[in-house]
Design a protein around this ligand. Structure first.
Ligand code: ADP
Ligand code: GN1
Ligand code: MG
Length: 361
C-alpha cells in the first residue's frame, strides 16, 4: 500500500478508506486513484503528488487551476451542463486550501470523473473528432478568460528556440555518456533547426496572438464518455498559461495521428495518419468558430510539425540528461519516444503541402 495512504485525511473527504493505487499514464505528476466507501457506496477521487521539481511555485500553480476550474464551472452551469462531469473539480483541504503540503511533498485531490476514459491511442475517428471539439471549445471558453490573472507556470514552455538551446547544452554536457549512441538522432535534430523559429518569430512580431491556451492537448488529457463517445471534460490544467492555438492544435495532431504508442520501439508501426488530421481539423475549426484569426489558421499545420519536432527534441534531451523529466518505466524509453516523433515529422513534412491545402479549402 502506498506511503501516501493517510494523505486524504487532510482533505474534505468522508467515508471509510478502501484503496489507493497508482493510476493513469501521465508523464509528470504521481497520480493515484483513491476509493472511499460512504453509505455502502464507493466514491472515487484522484490524488496527485504534484511534481515540485518542475512546478516551483505550487501556490501560484494551484491558484491558476482554481481560477480556471471555477471559470469552467460557471460556463458549464450556464449551458445547463453538469460541472462535476464536465470540469475538473478540486477538493479542498480541511483548512480550506486547494493543496496540502506534508513538509516534503505537495498533494491535491480532484473529484474522479466517472464513466469516462482517457485514451492512450485513437480507437476510432469519432473519438478523435470529439477530442477536437472538446479542445476547440476549451480554447473558445478561454478566449473570455482574463489572461492577466494567470501566473506563467513554465516560461518558454513552447519556445522551440529555447528548447533547441537546451538540447544543445545537453549534447555538449553529455552527462550520461549517451551521445555517441544517438549521433544519428542528434544530427537529425540539427538538420531541422530551421523549424525552430517558424512560429516563435510570428508570436514575437505579434502576427500570431498570444492567448490563454491549454498547452498539453494530447488525447489522454481529455475524458471521453464511455456511453455516448462524446468528450466529457478537458483535464490536466497544469500548463494553462499564455500560448498559441497553433501549439494546442499541433500537440493533438502529434499524439493522435499516430496509430502506434508514443514510445513504440518498432518504427514500422509509426505512421502519420493524414485522414485523422483531416478529421481533427474539421472538429477543431467547427468548435472554435470565429475565435481563430487568419494567421493562426494559416499556421495550424506548421504547429503540428513544430510540436512534434519540439517534443521529440525534449525526449532526446531528457535521454541525454539521464531521464530526469519525463517518467520512464524502462531503459531507452525516452529515446524510443524521440524516434517516433522524428519519424512523424518526416512523414508530416512529406505531405505538408496537402496539410496546408486542406486548411485553405
Ligand atoms: P500528468 O500531468 O502526469 O499527465 P494528469 O493530470 O494528466 O497528470 O493525470 C494523469 C491521468 O490520470 C490522466 O491521463 C487520466 O487518465 C487520469 N485522471 C486525471 N484526472 C482525472 C479525473 N479527475 N478523473 C478521472 N481520471 C483522471
Ligand atoms: C507531458 O503531463 P503529460 O503526460 O500530460 C508534458 C507535455 C508533453 C507530453 C508528451 C508539463 O504531458 O509537454 O508533450 O508529456 N507535460 C509537461 O507526452 O511537460
Ligand atoms: Mg496528462
Amino acid at each position: 500500500m502506498s506511503e501516501y495512504k493517510d494523505i486524504y485525511k487532510h482533505f474534505l473527504i468522508d467515508g471509510e478508506f478502501v484503496s489507493l493505487n497508482r493510476y493513469g499514464e501521465g508523464h509528470i505528476n504521481d497520480t493515484y486513484k483513491l476509493s472511499m466507501k460512504t453509505d455502502g457506496k464507493i466514491v472515487n477521487y484522484i490524488l496527485q503528488k504534484i511534481n515540485d521539481r518542475l512546478f516551483t511555485n505550487i501556490e501560484a500553480l494551484m491558484r491558476n487551476i482554481q481560477l480556471v476550474t471555477d471559470f469552467c464551472r460557471v460556463s458549464v452551469l450556464k449551458r445547463g451542463g453538469d460541472p462535476i462531469k464536465e470540469c475538473l473539480t478540486l477538493v479542498k483541504t480541511r483548512d480550506q486550501k486547494n493543496y496540502y503540503f506534508d513538509g516534503k511533498n505537495y498533494f491535491r485531490v480532484y473529484v474522479f470523473i466517472e464513466d469516462a476514459t482517457s485514451h492512450q491511442i485513437v480507437r476510432n475517428p469519432e473519438d478523435f473528432y470529439q477530442s477536437a471539439v472538446a479542445f476547440g471549445n476549451f480554447a473558445k471558453l478561454l478566449a473570455d478568460f482574463d489572461a492577466s490573472q494567470l501566473y506563467e507556470v513554465l516560461p518558454n514552455f513552447h519556445n522551440t528556440k529555447v528548447r533547441f538551446e537546451n538540447f544543445q547544452k545537453a549534447v555538449e554536457k553529455d552527462v550520461m555518456n549517451r551521445k555517441a549512441e544517438v549521433m544519428k538522432e542528434i544530427n537529425w535534430v540539427i538538420e531541422h533547426k530551421h523549424l525552430c523559429s517558424k512560429i516563435v518569430d510570428k508570436i514575437e512580431s505579434g502576427e500570431i496572438p498570444l492567448r490563454v491556451t491549454h498547452n498539453d492537448t494530447k488525447l489522454n488529457n481529455v475524458m471521453i464518455d464511455d456511453q455516448t463517445g462524446k468528450a466529457m471534460a478537458v483535464i490536466d490544467l497544469d500548463t494553462v498559461m499564455p500560448g498559441s492555438l497553433c501549439y494546442d492544435f499541433g500537440d493533438s495532431i502529434r499524439f493522435g495521428c499516430n496509430p502506434a504508442a508514443e514510445d513504440e520501439p518498432d518504427l514500422s508501426k509509426v505512421n502519420y495518419r493524414f485522414d485523422l488530421y483531416e478529421i481533427y481539423l474539421k472538429g477543431y475549426l467547427s468548435a472554435i468558430g470565429s475565435s481563430i484569426t487568419k494567421a493562426e489558421k494559416d499556421n495550424l499545420a506548421m504547429g503540428a510539425v513544430l510540436m512534434t519536432y519540439e517534443c521529440g527534441m525534449r525526449f532526446l534531451t531528457d535521454y541525454l540528461e539521464g531521464d530526469v523529466y519525463f517518467r520512464t518505466h524502462r531503459k531507452g524509453q525516452n529515446l524510443d519516444r524521440a524516434r517516433t516523433q522524428f519519424k512523424l515529422v518526416d512523414d508530416m513534412l512529406s505531405v505538408f503541402d496537402k496539410m496546408q491545402a486542406l486548411i485553405n479549402q
